[in-house]
Design a protein around this ligand. Structure first.
Ligand code: NAD
Length: 316
């Protein structure tokens, strides 16, 4: 039997994201202590977690009974109780810079010296609320998709002052609980997830404003078009596989049209030859051009499996 001590997580803020993180951590067999300053919220939270766990169970997505998972989650009334003994502190309080500033100062003062302090912030950078804390090296943003027990990607966004060791330990902890972390190389508002989402939403709003398509029609184009493919492959792989000759050939054929569309919106970010070369080299490193046909078949098979499940699913 392993004598490895269980990982312990503190979840600070028991709203939508806090509750979802508690489920992720408990499924990984971690001990979870969850704090919220709102007494009513603390009373309601266990029932909410049980409800979500039962839903997961109905879909066959739990490997343990709901009671076993609940047995690892404790709701506590103070920040100190939550932080005591924690390896990872996952802050999930409201997206307000002054609130996160105070909270991180408190957490830095009370958390075990080697605990990682991670914020679920959607857009605020670590530097904007951590300031000159003595433990600034152990702070970073860990921004999940919503809810993280269904959307596994999580963006780790260190500040320039976050230590490499902390980033590596955070990577390993989030991988350990089944998430798919990426490390964002520079601190910028919105990180990668919301920047990509923002680019699509900006255009979607313009198309509605200009009477080109309705809100429903745009949702249809994404749900039954772009998004369907994106649940199997990302946007770079999509165009790589859509054009014989790969992404370099796509950029040659379609680059000018995309440049005109950007210019029409006041954006001038052409795909320069050097940039296309960099992207194409990255694609060819993961998919040599000789394997292109095979990968197209793989994509279609994955779409078929997905569509079969979609057709079977009945959400009422
Ligand atoms: N909702 C999303 O889609 C989403 C996705 C990714 C990240 N986030 C980020 O996660 C964080 C939490 O978002 P949410 O949607 O769960 O918010 P929420 O409003 O559902 O929950 C916030 C919780 O924090 C509690 N709280 C208030 N003050 C607090 C304090 N001082 N200390 C601890 N807890 C406090 C509140 O009582 C509430 O229960 C935000 O930074 C948000 O931007 C949200």
């Amino acid at each position: 039997m392993s004598n490895k001590l269980a990982t312990q997580a503190a979840v600070i803020g028991a709203g939508s994201i806090g509750v979802a993180f508690a489920i992720v951590f408990a499924r990984a067999k971690w001990i979870v202590r969850m704090y919220d300053p709102d007494t009513e919220r603390r009373e309601r939270v266990p029932e909410e977690i049980i409800g979500r766990l039962r839903e997961l169970d109905n879909f066959g997505l739990l490997s343990e009974p709901v009671d076993a998972l609940m047995g690892r989650i404790e709701i506590v009334a103070t920040l100190e109780q939550a932080a005591a003994g924690a390896n990872l502190i996952q802050e999930c309080a409201p997206e307000r810079v002054e609130l996160k500033e105070v909270l991180f100062a408190e957490l830095d003062a009370i958390a075990p010296v080697d605990a990682i302090l991670a914020s679920a912030s959607s857009a605020l950078t670590t530097s904007s609320f951590v300031g000159n804390l003595s433990g600034q090296h152990r702070c970073l943003v860990a921004h999940p998709g919503n809810p993280p027990y269904l959307i596994p990607v999580i963006e780790l966004v260190p500040a320039p002052f976050t230590s490499l060791d902390v980033v590596e330990r955070a990577l390993s902890l989030y991988q350990d609980c089944g998430l798919k972390p990426i490390v964002v190389k520079k601190e910028l508002e919105g990180f990668v997830f919301n920047r990509l989402q923002g680019a699509l939403l900006r255009e979607a709003y313009c198309l509605v404003r200009d009477g080109v398509a309705t809100v429903d029609e745009i949702d249809t184009v994404v749900r039954d078009g772009l998004g369907l493919r994106w649940s199997v492959i990302g946007p770079f792989e999509t165009v790589d596989l859509n054009t014989r000759g790969g992404i370099a050939s796509h950029a040659l054929k379609m680059g000018p049209a995309y440049e005109r569309m950007g210019a029409e919106r006041g954006q001038h970010d052409p795909w320069t030859p050097a940039l296309v070369e960099k992207v194409a080299a990255a694609r060819r490193a993961v998919l040599p051009i000789e394997q292109w046909d095979e990968r197209v078949v793989w994509r279609d098979q994955n779409l078929m499996a997905l569509i079969r499940n979609r057709n079977k699913a009945d959400f009422g």
